[in-house]
Write a protein that binds this ligand. Sequence first.
Ligand SMILES: Nc1ncnc2c1ncn2[C@@H]1O[C@H](COP(=O)(O)OP(=O)(O)OP(=O)(O)O)[C@@H](O)[C@H]1O
Length: 326
Amino acid sequence: MTSTSNGLAIAAKGLHKAFGEKKVLDGIDLAVPQGTIFSLLGPNGAGKTTAVKILSTLIAADSGELYVGGHDLAAEPQAVRAAIGVTGQFSAVDGLITGEENMLLMADLHHLSRTEGRRTAAELLERFDLTDAAKKPASTYSGGMKRRLDIAMTLVGDPRIIFLDEPTTGLDPRARHNMWGIIRELVSGGVTVFLTTQYLEEADELADRIAVLSDGRLVAEGSADELKRRIPGGHVRIRFTDPTAYQAAAVALREVTRDDESLSLQIPSDGSQRELRSILDWLDSAGVEADELTVHTPDLDDVFFALTGPTAGSAAVPNQSKETVR
Ligand SMILES: Nc1ncnc2c1ncn2[C@@H]1O[C@H](COP(=O)(O)OP(=O)(O)OP(=O)(O)O)[C@@H](O)[C@H]1O
């Protein structure tokens, strides 16, 4: 590990890439700690696949200081290739041969001995629940099975860093949940995962950190919760059945929006424990008891729409938000 990458699995500074006149990546900085899941989120054509292709040495950047697995991407591309695995939109699965043959081909590519290759293939096929289908041509596999085979093939080389480019696009909900389980398991074994996705739910479920790519730039970065707190719209709603309690609370609480018809009060809040506690303390000190308290937090969809696309940057008001009854 070189000092330049500071123990990070992936480090990028000032990553630029243009195709002709079109700037696809316009100065991107990335820092992905080892053993974490990092998700690059962005609308169609934002440059996610381009970033993966560059970081996995498939295409060259125009400029930028790039380190993957502690190796300088420009100076030591072979060392980077030895440390990583890539699966996703450009699948390595050959449909004409069986799952097992695909695995053995990968074992050959990694120069494993015959015995070692067979052992590794069998182990991985078992781990990914493909033993029963191992002798069937991969073209007969379902979408979920093909993705599992693709990841199993990537793991033959025991990579410490895995790039997953939209790994669950087109999978049904069950197959998607299975894939999430596989990804979590990889990370619990110390692997670093760089995941691109268009599914906000997926980034929310899996990623330790999320970066939102729009028009070639990272417009936001943080944990899912940090991103959700960055946009307006979070509030706490308190409902009463007793009009006297409702009036007392409306007086006791500051900055409330009243809804006299439903006897409910809405208070702007990020939904944090600290803010909830102070609201409850105000109610307690006013001696009133609410009948229902709901926390309304913006979800990643709100963040995404607020930060990307034509209305990005305007004071976007979340359209759909999750309500948690407490
Ligand atoms: N080889 C290329 N030559 C010219 N333009 C390209 C090339 N590869 C990608 N692009 C353009 O760069 C932009 C980013 O493409 P990229 O595939 O990285 O986006 P993406 O975020 O992965 O999109 P998607 O979610 O649709 O896969 C697009 O406008 C695309 O047309």
